[in-house]
Every structure is written in C-alpha cells, then in structure tokens.
Design a protein around this ligand. Structure first.
Ligand SMILES: [Fe+2]
Length: 259
C-alpha cells in the first residue's frame, strides 16, 4: 500500500502571496501536477492539515477540486489555519466527524486502518486532544484492536527543538495519546505536519514522522530565542510505503518541476 502525505499547503486564492513571498496557490497547482505525473500511483492521499491559509470556502473549493482531479481517495484533518465549518461545506468526501463535531476519522478499507485526529483549537496556533477527542480515539483503537494502524494529525505530539514552533505544538493530550497508542500495540506511526520540515521522533514508543510543507519550509534553527522564519527549501511531500511484515517506510519527495 502506497500512501502520499500532503501537508501545510496554506492555499491562498486569487494569486495572493503568503508573507508577501509565497504564491501558495501556484505551489498547490505544481503539487497536483507532480502527483499526477508520479510513476507510482498512491492508493490513498492523507492531508495533514493547514490546507488553506485563511480558511475560506473559496480556498477549500479550489483545494478539493485539485485533489479530486487525481481520482485517488483523500482523507484530511484540519490544521491551525483551518476552520471546520467551511471544510465540511467543501470537502465532505474527505472528512470524518465525531458526535462532538470534531473532524476525526477512521478508514477501514485498506490493510492498514487509518485514523485521522483533529487537533485544532479554532483561532489558536497550538493544538490539543481534549477529553472528548481522546475518548473517541480510545473507542476507535478498541474497534481496530489487533490490526495495524496508521494515525495522522496536524500538530506533532513531541518536542522538536524548534522552540517557537514547539510553543504552538500539541499542548494538551500528549501523554494520554502515548498511553493509548502503546495500549493498542500495533500503531505503525503517527504522521504529522505543522512544522514545515521533515522531522523524526516518537510519542512514547511509537514513531512520529513529520512531513515537510508541500509549499514552503521553515528554517532549521535551534536557537531558543529565535522566532521561526521561512526558508527557500523546496516544496515536498511524503510517500509512505506499507508492506506486510516490513512495516512503514517513509520517503520525502520534492515536488518535481513541470517538464
Ligand atoms: Fe500549522
């Protein structure tokens, strides 16, 4: 099973530029074009949040149209720049929704059960897993007991050393998440975004793999007093290959320029 993971497109409509620099709408078009020309066609696409920059209906309509053009199933969870209501309006085919209105999902069609976690606190940059979302996750992991599981979410449940980004990381529910995935015993990995860099770590005993941005990256700088800043590193996405017995292998792939 081949899974493409897209993260942090921060799509802006109408050719607007993020931070005056990045034409994220054009970057998204290049991404879709690159995925379309991939020699290995993914079975599934996961979008780990920050689909849009301003969370408008217009942004989600354009993102949805681009993704649907690929003809590959897409599952998405919100990031801190997203908003649930316009996402639900434009991307109903890509989302799950819990009884408490959170955009968490379970996909059981594949050999690997896929769980998406909504870590959004609307209007805030940090993320959380509140008691309601943790209760949903506990029940969902019980439902897929004994099966290999892949979890994806926006905010990484770990400290990365990029201090300013960590201060807007997953601030609530991290230990409870570590306990739940340990109890399940067959969570292959937790895939995240938010950091705009490729980063590996763990949550308890489970690997955490952070995807780079499909548009623009954040500079590697561990000085604690430094605010985050953007870099000119290329747009990328992940290709996760899952093979029975071998587990999950993750490749970072640069968005190929159009020939
Ligand atoms: Fe984010």
């Amino acid at each position: 099973m081949l899974i493409a993971q897209i993260s942090d497109s921060h799509f802006l409509a109408g050719g607007k530029r993020l931070a005056g620099r990045f034409d994220t709408g054009a970057a998204f078009a290049r991404l879709i074009d690159s995925l379309e020309r991939q020699t290995s066609r993914p079975d599934l696409i996961l979008f780990s949040g920050d689909l849009g920059e301003d969370a408008t209906v217009e942004e989600y309509a354009a993102v949805g149209a681009g993704l649907r053009r690929l003809g590959i199933p897409v599952l998405a969870v919100p990031g801190n720049h997203d908003a649930r209501t316009p996402m639900r309006a434009e991307l109903p085919d890509m989302l799950g929704v819990t009884d408490t209105g959170h955009l968490c999902l379970l996909e059981e069609r594949f050999p690997l059960a896929v769980i998406g976690l909504d870590t959004l606190v609307e209007g805030k940059p940090h993320g959380e897993l509140c008691p309601a979302r943790l209760a949903w996750l506990k029940a969902t992991l019980e439902r897929v007991a004994g099966r290999p599981v892949l979890i994806f979410m926006h905010h990484p449940p770990m400290t990365t050393g990029l201090r300013h980004m960590d201060s807007m990381g997953l601030l609530e529910g991290r230990e409870a998440l570590a306990d739940l995935v340990a109890d399940h015993g067959a969570v292959e990995a937790i895939l995240c975004g938010h950091m705009h860099r490729t980063i590996q770590g763990r949550c308890g005993s489970v690997p955490v793999r952070v995807a780079p941005s499909a548009s623009h990256q954040i500079a590697f700088d561990l000085r604690p007093e430094e605010p985050y800043r953007f870099s000119t590193e290329p747009a990328q996405y992940m290709m996760h290959l899952w093979q029975e017995g071998a587990g999950l292998v993750s490749h970072a792939v640069a968005v190929a320029p159009a020939e």
